[in-house]
Design a protein around this ligand. Sequence first.
Ligand code: NDP
Length: 250
Amino acid sequence: MISDGSFRLDGKLALVTGASRGIGYFLSKDLAARGAHVIAVARTVGGLEELDDEITAAGGSATLVPLDLTDMPAIDRLGGSIYERWGKLDILVANAGVLGTISPIGHVEAKVFDKVMNINVSSVWRLIRTTDPLLKLSDAGRAVLLSSGVAHTARAYWGPYAASKAAVEVMGRSWAEEARQTKLRVNSVNPGATRTAMRAQAVPGEDPETLPTAAEVAAKIALILDPKIDDTGKLYDVRAGKLLGYNDPS
Ligand code: NDP
């Protein structure tokens, strides 16, 4: 089931990584407009400040956390800080990600492979580890992990990125199973090609006007953060507008 979009998130606390631009920026704005207080994480302070200005102007509120997600001990500290200040977390959006280089798998530099895995997989695991107890303190904890179509459909030259997104989805499914008896619900999202900096890096010759904007895609992702949605361990295909079970025909 997908929400009709009419839900509010007043009193809810949402942590969004990669909030300085692209999908994470607009998803942060959407959640704040619904009444959630947003903890916005990224490295680029300018992007976070712009987000804060927009959220505040619209009557919402945010806390900015300039953080490099390769700093694993800093991620570990995040959970404790959130607990001390708010005592729980309602929504986790693990959105930050990097593409690495588009090149034959045998030509990928080790440092690029390690960076992709570090940011796209290890940092998500550290986020899960530090926020899991807080999300379980919520009366309707919700986590979404950003994946990609290449986790399922093989595409030449996207090897490390594709592997990282497949890993994130499987990790999310394991987490969802462990949490089934709790109020925490965990799903992955395939946003589909979206007009962002990452997409421009991945497919430089493409006309961005042919792609949905980050704002449009973020508005659709927000629909699975309706506290009434009970699905877990699924993949939300934004283009199809459906939450797919892993054994469902797509
Ligand atoms: P962008 O490149 O536009 O934004 C990526 C975000 O991740 C930025 O806010 C960036 O912030 C943050 N980020 C990157 N590295 C780090 C780091 N080391 N520490 C903290 N934050 C970091 O990407 P998109 O909006 O396009 O993508 C969002 C998600 O959606 C990603 O997980 C991506 O894989 C996925 N996706 C995107 C698709 C698309 O077509 N755009 C298609 C399929 C999946 P900063 O640089 O300020 O740190």
